[in-house]
Design a protein around this ligand. Structure first.
Ligand SMILES: NC(=O)c1ccc[n+]([C@@H]2O[C@H](COP(=O)([O-])OP(=O)(O)OC[C@H]3O[C@@H](n4cnc5c(N)ncnc54)[C@H](OP(=O)(O)O)[C@@H]3O)[C@@H](O)[C@H]2O)c1
Length: 296
């Protein structure tokens, strides 16, 4: 089968389409014939070598974490999923390889009927991260959550899952995305200088939890929260300096329950994919298009 990979860190042209062996579903896994898979901004940074010291990769490295498609193999011990089911999900965080003709999923849920393949392919990791961070912060109904970088591929899920829990969400985004955030159920403000004051004005009774999906503002976010234990970042490698928890997928991944829950919320129309997730490529040239996206 074809798979998108790179064998060395570097500029966009290190990305290649390789002929590789097909993977097979192990216990507790399913394999899908991929209809769409997505490219996360973080993978472009991985390719460029920005994380070669804090997150060294085994090369060649196959890209792609999220995919959607049709189940064609069901591993031992899997119940409730059958060959022919249309699903979306995530693959192993370390080995990845979702930008390919076939991929093994470790967590998945049924694709909501109203979603296109492309929307489904951009949904799973966002849903997983959102549930993971909201669980780490023990966000419950009635609380106020600030989401920094709320209009991005991950932030849109954090916002919506927080709202689905009954929390009030305040999101930071550039002005052009404020209307979009309001559609998702959040109140919006801009990031950048004056953030502490703007959020204080919007939340006179304080903030219960902060999810940082952007990085670069942890000092301000800790000031807003009043306690670093109320802040979790997915994007800022200086977290330890601020006594803030940095969470990464391989270590803390929330797993299949998350996606089932997300699938339920999606089917109920309570969580939408968000424009930033529309990075997927579809059709017979899937792998080639994904390679092009990685090169962009
Ligand atoms: N640890 C994990 O498990 C995990 C999982 C997934 C992603 N990540 C990381 O999380 C980060 C976000 O990923 P993503 O897929 O959501 O990226 P994304 O789609 O590019 O979204 C990032 C958002 O950050 C906002 N932003 C840009 N500059 C900003 C600034 N100076 N201050 C505040 N916000 C700013 C942008 O908002 P506007 O468009 O409104 O300007 C953008 O929507 C990346 O670093 C990614 O590598 C980590």
């Amino acid at each position: 089968m074809r798979a998108v990979q790179f064998s060395q860190y570097g500029p966009p042209d290190v990305v290649e389409i390789a002929d590789v062996d097909e993977p097979h579903a192990g216990p507790g896994q399913v394999r899908i014939a991929v209809r769409a898979s997505s490219v996360a901004p973080g993978e472009v940074r991985l390719r460029a070598g920005e994380h070669r010291h804090d997150l060294p990769l085994t090369l060649p490295y196959r890209t792609g974490f999220d995919a959607a498609g049709v189940v064609d193999e069901v591993g031992a011990g899997v119940t409730g999923t059958h060959v022919g089911d249309e699903v979306f999900g995530i693959t192993d965080q370390t080995t990845r390889g979702a930008n390919a003709d076939f991929v093994v999923l470790t967590s998945w849920a049924r694709k909501p009927g109203a979603w296109t393949w492309a929307e489904a392919a951009g949904a799973a990791s966002g849903a997983e991260v959102a549930t993971r961070v909201l669980d780490l912060l023990a966000v419950t109904a009635g609380q106020t959550v600030v989401v920094h970088g709320a209009a991005g591929g991950t932030g849109v899920f954090v916002v919506q899952m927080a709202v689905a829990r009954g929390a009030r969400a305040v999101g930071t985004a550039s002005e052009q995305n404020h209307g979009f955030l309001r559609e998702l159920g959040a109140e919006a403000t801009t990031y950048g200088p004056g953030l502490v004051e703007r959020v204080a004005q919007m939340t006179p009774r304080g903030v219960d939890a902060i999810v940082d999906c952007a990085g670069g503002a942890l000092a301000d976010l800790v000031t807003i929260a009043g306690d670093p234990a109320r802040v979790v970042t997915i994007a800022d490698t200086t977290a330890a300096r601020h006594h803030v928890r940095l969470t990464r997928g391989g270590v803390d991944a929330a797993g299949v329950v998350t996606l089932v829950l997300c699938g339920v919320l999606l089917t109920a129309g309570r969580v939408l994919p968000g424009r930033a997730s529309f990075r997927a490529a579809m059709g017979i040239a899937l792998v080639d298009v994904v390679a092009l996206l990685l090169r962009s």
